[in-house]
Design a protein around this ligand. Structure first.
Ligand code: BG6
Length: 508
């Protein structure tokens, strides 16, 4: 983890963007690079070489970049920053039918007057193309690190299960060292996620209570109000478990549960995360229904930004819509919840409940920690303490404690200490901006190590398989509703409940 991005030296380099006309590049990468440039974070010599299948001339490509920026920065942007940025951009056509395409790419890049020779390749391409692109680059010598560094960014997902992740790893490590591989989990680029580790370990008061002596259970939640939208083809071969839990949620759990790293170097941070991920107890496949729960959204109503509600179709209807109106029988989950245990002295016996869903009643990503019962119980028992770290939409830390209700009676109520982790004047940095900067700095602490990717697949694979094989109909929840009642089956004790929102008391 680079302690100060501001002062960290970035070598002159060329960013080679495969899939440059795709959605990620248009919505995140070009606008992100432009913003970094506008605030003076790109090295003066940096060049961006977009690689696409179609032949596009440079003027047309630069005009296209302008449309991307116009779409993103609706309030406009600084003209001189734009001139500087646009001059960094070049285009190279790499038609898949051309056997010499990569030799030609090498030839283009060899012009040292334009392109600095440290090369970072960003593969925003179909996952099946990750290994072939790396191989083609290697075949023409473009991954070779002699005088200059060569780095490759692999977008999510890294494999679709453990064997495919291992196959991909095997293919790319024929040509690349681990230090050259940057596997993306964009959640690690979010400042709120990076804050988990810092908030835990730069304060004295949290660490002593962060263990099984004080903590009853932990909930890690990521819910969205949005549905699958146009991504039905992708989603129906993926599901919530692989889409969110295998990646973003297990990474959030790792940051919540890891031990203090030796220092903030990429190796130490990732070692500590790997360790805790590998200590998660495998889910017993013969008792799946006590540990995991899945469901699918049906038609329903969701709140809109103007305070009204909107009727939305169910998942199966969306699948049929994109299948020429024909019904598709799918058991793919849009809601997934899991109970996990971590076998180490700090966490022995503490359940971690993790869940994710599309089309729930609220969009909320947070870590909610419930503490054990207090030594003094009055009036038949009061609420337990909660500590909540809000990730999005609100970045905050909250503590719920008991306090006497002023007056003649001995009664308590929950009050909340509520602090914003983000102040109105703070800069809003997109996760991809942070990750692009880390890539150029050679800091891979916010990228996944292969052992993390593998540990994550190892954990979810048996459940993915069991769910795919079980064709009995999946529990349906109306879009816009709360967690399905039946999901509570995974709770260890009757007084546990899904914590909603970050408002006081949650609602039981
Ligand atoms: C992506 C998933 O990785 O993360 C999407 O494929 C999901 O399904 C998205 O919506 C959530 O990311 P964020 O940054 O909007 O919380």
């Amino acid at each position: 983890m680079t302690q100060s991005n501001e002062t960290h030296q970035i070598d002159p380099c060329t960013l080679v963007l495969f899939g440059a006309s795709g959605n990620l590049a248009r919505v995140k990468l070009f606008p992100g690079l432009f913003r970094l440039d506008s605030i003076g974070r790109l090295p003066a010599e940096l060049k961006i070489l977009a690689v696409g299948r179609q032949a596009v001339d440079l003027a047309a490509w630069r005009a296209d970049i302008k449309t991307m920026l116009d779409a993103k920065f609706k309030k406009g942007y600084d003209a001189s920053a734009f001139e500087r940025f646009i001059a960094r951009n070049f285009y190279h056509a790499n038609p898949p039918t051309d056997p010499d395409a990569f030799a030609k790419l090498k030839n283009t890049l060899s012009d040292e007057r334009i392109f600095p020779q440290n090369l970072a390749y960003f593969l925003s391409v179909r996952p099946v193309d990750f290994a072939p692109v790396v191989e083609s680059l290697a075949n023409v010598g473009l991954t070779q690190e002699d005088k200059y560094w060569r780095r490759v960014v692999i977008e999510k997902p890294f494999g679709t299960d453990l064997p495919s992740a291992q196959d991909l790893q095997k293919s790319i490590t024929k040509h690349l060292k681990e230090s050259q591989i940057y596997r993306i989990d964009h959640y690690l680029g979010k400042s709120a996620l990076q804050n988990i580790l810092l908030q835990r370990f730069t304060n004295t008061i949290l660490e002593p209570i962060w263990n099984n002596q004080y903590i009853d259970h932990v909930q890690i939640t990521n819910t969205e109000m949005l549905g699958v939208g146009e991504r039905t083809t992708f989603y129906d071969t993926t599901g919530a478990l692989r889409d969110m839990i295998q990646s973003h949620i297990l990474q959030t759990l790792a940051l919540t549960a890891m031990e203090l790293p030796k220092d903030l170097s990429p190796d130490s941070v990732r070692d500590a995360k790997i360790k805790v991920l590998e200590q998660i107890r495998p889910i017993p496949v013969n008792e799946l229904n006590k540990h995991v729960f899945r469901a699918q959204y049906a038609a329903g109503e969701v709140p809109t930004s103007d305070g009204k509600t909107e009727k939305v179709p169910g998942y199966l209807e969306e699948l049929a819509r994109d299948n020429n109106g024909e019904k598709v029988d799918s058991v793919v989950e849009t809601y997934a919840a899991m109970k996990l245990f971590i076998d180490n002295p700090r966490w022995q016996g503490v359940p971690f409940y993790i869940r994710t869903a599309k089309r729930l009643h609220e969009a909320d990503t947070c870590i909610a920690i419930r503490f054990k019962k207090a030594p003094l119980q009055i009036n038949g028992g009061q609420n337990q303490n909660w500590l909540i770290i809000g990730i999005q939409p609100r970045e905050c830390i909250k503590m719920e404690i008991q306090s006497k209700i002023p007056g003649l009676d001995i009664k308590t109520r929950s009050i909340q200490l509520d602090a914003a982790n983000r102040l109105p004047e703070d800069d809003t940095v997109d996760a991809y901006e942070a990750l692009l900067l880390n890539l150029m700095q050679g800091d891979n602490s916010n990228y996944l190590h292969i052992n993390e990717a593998e540990a994550q697949w190892r954990l979810v694979d048996p459940v993915v398989k069991a769910w795919a094989a079980d064709k009995t109909s999946v529990y349906q929840y109306p879009a816009g509703s709360r967690d399905p009642e039946a999901s509570k089956v995974i709770f260890e004790s009757e007084d546990q409940f899904w914590r909603y929102s970050i408002e006081l008391g949650g609602d039981k």
